[in-house]
Design a protein around this ligand. Structure first.
Ligand code: NAI
Ligand code: HPV
Length: 547
């Protein structure tokens, strides 16, 4: 087995252009195995050795398959629908889920038009009839699209592309989408209908273009069908579960629906004896909406890029479970992400009480950044030592919520003493503690507040913090005690409330002191407490922030 940095599984058919891009990355090993799509046990096993997986609709990534996957970092869906992925389960595991929207829009819209025309002109039946040696023109008379009313359910990418094409056929287009305004719909030549109940009775054709969600499941219900015209023709190129198949079958048999064209099924593949497939008033295709040469090159190339960008460079695009982080933004944010993460790491080591709440205040430049990402980074740092599984930008905030940990953000536009500042105030069941940090240049981090003390300490490597009474000679004692024990001091900083009062010292060490070394320091009568905080070296970021 070759030793490469990242292994990527491909379990559905992906175009050669996408595979070639993956293979061109020297740090990526590609394993193509479509048998895994049909064998959940083997798939689960194979994923244990994979960093990423590229799939289409043929692979089911269930909670069971994803459970306990510690190596898997990214799932990319070469296509749109992610209903074959248990996204909440992936999120819990810290796995980024991405898709490739747009790449198959036109192909799916064209398939919708092809099915609409095939339904109207009995194309499939005519073909079968002629191939069977008949010349039967009379029973195959069709209907025109021109002048008919089309209802589009879901005015997203595909829905609007279908609307545009239907307008070219001189149809009247009505549409409904909870996320589109009537004005926007109108700009696309679509007459907006505010309720689906008002859409059904007006249409000669109805086409579905929504994702399958609990809300859209069986959106074409028995009640909806009952309110449609008996001449209605229904097209579904979105997802199988959108139509109540039993109600559709009954309506087809009773002559309450003139025909249906179905590209998608629930489940897929459907049973061989599915009565909808066998019905003379239906035209069916085996989920071919996105199956064109063009769409498949688009989605496979994009999927390969998404996987490599995330695994190798930590950039996230088109994620359905974490915010987007492109190359420029990543570069720009790196220092702040590092600072937020270290504040989390520091707080996790400050007090062993149970953490109940954290308030993050972003000031100056930090207030202008993507604070949600910074907060997620802080939460990852705060929790990473306590959790059995890895925490990252994807699952940190959901984990915090799951554990009842309240994390609040405060954005303060007014600049304070620093150009940029992140302050983290953490409340445990014992006390509330504040730490704050800033950035010099793009990457030099400084700890500028610990508790009530102002400081200017380097924010990396092992830190020894000690609260003490501000007395002459104490610093000398510390240097000698650690020096005698072979622990070298790299930097030292002291913050105090007033001369002679209580103070805090932060010492950056070159090595990790033993408990014995710490006890020797704590022996001084003016040293009130000693704590060792282990932080990564300068510039050392977690792997999930990319290399
Ligand atoms: N047959 C095939 O091979 C293909 C199927 N698809 C499916 O088509 C569907 C649409 O794809 P896109 O247009 O790219 O996605 P999209 O995300 O651009 O559009 C979906 C639209 O549905 C709307 N919507 C959500 N809930 C709704 C509701 N209750 N009623 C009405 N509208 C609702 C959304 O607001 C959104 O505008 C997806 O389910 C996708 O999986 C997409 C590509 C290929
Ligand atoms: O992109 C989608 O949502 C699709 O349904 C296309 O599915 P496929 O990639 O052809 O299995």
């Amino acid at each position: 087995m070759t030793s490469v940095a990242y292994r990527v599984l491909v379990t559905d058919k992906l175009s050669e252009e996408g595979l070639a891009l993956l293979r061109a990355e020297k740090d990526v090993e590609v394993v193509v195995d479509s048998k895994l799509a049909k064998d959940p046990k083997a798939l689960k096993e194979a994923l244990k050795d994979a960093d990423g997986i590229a799939i289409r609709s043929g692979t089911q990534l269930t909670a069971e398959v994803l459970e306990g996957q510690t190596r898997l970092k990214a799932i990319v869906r070469a296509g749109v629908g992610v209903d074959n992925i248990d996204v909440p389960a992936a999120t819990r595991q810290g796995i980024v889920v991405m898709n490739t929207p747009g790449g198959n829009t036109i192909s799916t819209a064209e398939q919708t038009m092809a099915l609409m025309l095939a339904l109207s002109r009995n194309t499939a039946r005519a073909d079968a009839s002629l191939k069977a040696g008949k010349w039967d023109r009379n029973s195959l008379t069709g209907v025109q699209l021109e002048g008919k009313t089309l209802g589009v359910v879901g005015l997203g990418r595909v829905g609007l592309a279908v609307a545009q094409r239907a307008l070219g056929f001189e149809m009247k287009v009505l549409g409904y989408d909870p996320l589109l305004s009537a004005e926007k719909a109108q700009e696309h030549g679509v007459e907006f209908v505010h309720k689906l109940d008002d859409l059904w009775p007006q249409c000669d054709y109805i086409t579905l273009h929504t994702p399958l969600t609990p809300e859209t499941r069986h959106v074409v219900s028995a009640a909806a069908i009952a309110s449609m015209r008996p001449t209605v023709r229904i097209i579904n190129c979105a997802r199988g579960g959108l139509i109540d198949d039993a109600a559709l079958l009954e309506a087809l048999n009773a002559g309450k629906v003139a025909g249906a064209a179905i590209d998608v099924f629930d489940p897929e593949p459907p049973p061989a004896d599915d009565p909808i497939i066998a019905h003379p008033k239906t035209v069916v295709t085996p989920h071919l909406g996105a199956s064109t040469e063009e769409a498949q090159v688009n989605v496979a190339v994009e999927a390969a890029r998404l996987l490599c960008d995330y695994l190798i460079r930590g950039q996230v695009r088109f994620s359905v479970n974490t915010p987007t982080l492109d190359r420029a933004e990543m570069q720009d944010l790196r220092g702040h992400l590092d600072l937020a993460w270290r504040l989390g790491l520091l707080h996790a080591q400050m007090d062993r009480g149970a953490i109940t709440k954290a308030v993050l205040t972003y000031r100056g430049d930090a207030a202008l950044k993507n604070t949600k990402l910074l907060t997620a980074c802080f939460a990852a740092g705060l929790m990473e030592a306590s959790l059995a599984q890895s925490v990252n930008l994807v699952n940190a905030l959901p984990f915090a919520r799951e554990r009842g940990l309240i994390i609040e953000e405060k954005i303060v536009d007014a600049p304070g003493d620093f150009g940029t500042l992140i302050q983290a105030e953490v409340t445990t069941d014992r006390k509330t503690y504040v730490a704050a940090g800033t950035l010099f240049g793009k990457e030099f981090l400084r700890l500028v507040r610990l508790g009530s003390f102002q400081l200017d300490a380097h924010f990396d490597g092992p830190l020894l913090t000690f609260t003490h009474n501000d007395r002459p000679g104490l610093i000398g004692f510390l240097g000698t005690t650690l020096g005698d024990r072979g622990v070298n001091i790299a930097q030292m900083n002291v913050g105090r409330e007033r001369p002679g009062g209580e103070a805090i010292g932060v010492v950056n060490l070159d090595g990790i002191p033993t408990q014995d070394d710490l006890d020797a320091v704590a022996k001084h009568p003016d040293i009130l407490s000693v704590r060792l905080i282990k932080l990564p070296a300068q510039g050392e970021l977690p792997s999930w922030l990319g290399s």
